[in-house]
Design a protein around this ligand. Structure first.
Ligand code: ZN
Ligand code: ZN
Length: 178
């Protein structure tokens, strides 16, 4: 099944995209912030009005992210709500801006009558990513001293606080020994 929507091949003004693709299809074209970890289900309505094309509906998948605290990979289900107005790439952006004001829609652009749904999914994934992904709300992160994942093990670093001046002195003494 192609992931490119060719507007010239649409039989009527309205069409649907109901497809499920394996995660591997989405391995390319993503950023390093995430990986697509499960099937991607697209449930989209496509409405063509002259050169405009509105795509709405949702995309469901599971994303694999890296926790910003403990750096562990974790998976999170995502349902991306889609409501995009596609305009031909040649159209100037001034016209597009007035459309935004009118309909409060996100504007995207297509080229050569083709809408790349793979790109659409990746763009929506990027928009859905949290600034600081967390594997769980209460993630304890890594010990800044020894790097232990504090969700899994405790370490003794916090109690073993020492005067940094003393540590510097010891490093100096240690350095002379070598
Ligand atoms: Zn974490
Ligand atoms: Zn530690």
């Amino acid at each position: 099944m192609p992931l490119v929507l060719d507007l010239r091949e649409m039989r009527g003004p309205e069409d649907r995209v109901d497809q499920t693709h394996p995660a591997a299809t989405f391995a390319a074209g993503r950023s390093d912030d995430y990986a697509v970890a499960d099937n991607v289900t697209l449930a989209l309505r496509v409405r063509k009005d002259g050169e405009k094309c509105r795509i709405s509906g949702h995309v469901h998948t599971t994303l694999a992210l890296s926790c910003s605290r403990c750096l562990e990979r974790f998976e999170t289900p995502e349902t991306l709500m889609i409501d995009l107005l596609y305009l031909p790439d040649s159209e100037n952006r001034g016209a597009a801006d007035s459309e935004i004001a009118e309909e409060d829609l996100s504007i995207a652009f297509y080229r050569d009558f083709r809408i790349d749904l793979l790109q659409l999914v990746h763009e929506q994934c990027r928009l859905a990513l949290p600034m600081k992904p967390l594997c769980r709300d209460a993630c304890r992160g890594l010990c800044p001293v020894c790097g232990t994942n504090l969700n899994e093990h405790a370490c003794n670093c916090e109690t073993a606080w020492r005067d940094p001046r003393l540590a510097a002195l010891e490093a100096l003494v240690g350095g002379r020994r070598h």
